[in-house]
Design a protein around this ligand. Structure first.
Ligand SMILES: [Zn+2]
Length: 52
């Protein structure tokens, strides 16, 4: 199998990754993508009217 992060051949322990580092790196990339989802918040429309 080939490590999806660095394209080296992976060993069994961290399959499909070649090492713990690549496994973590892929997990971080996945988390980054997850947190990057735009947060639409339609509740914030009437928020600038209490400035008297
Ligand atoms: Zn790797």
């Amino acid at each position: 199998m080939t490590c999806p992060v660095c394209q080296k051949s992976s060993s069994g322990d961290f399959s499909p990754f070649c090492s713990k580092m690549c496994k973590n790196s892929d997990l971080l990339a996945w988390l980054n993508e997850k947190y990057r989802v735009p947060c639409e918040d339609p509740v914030q429309e009437k928020d600038d009217m209490d400035d008297e």
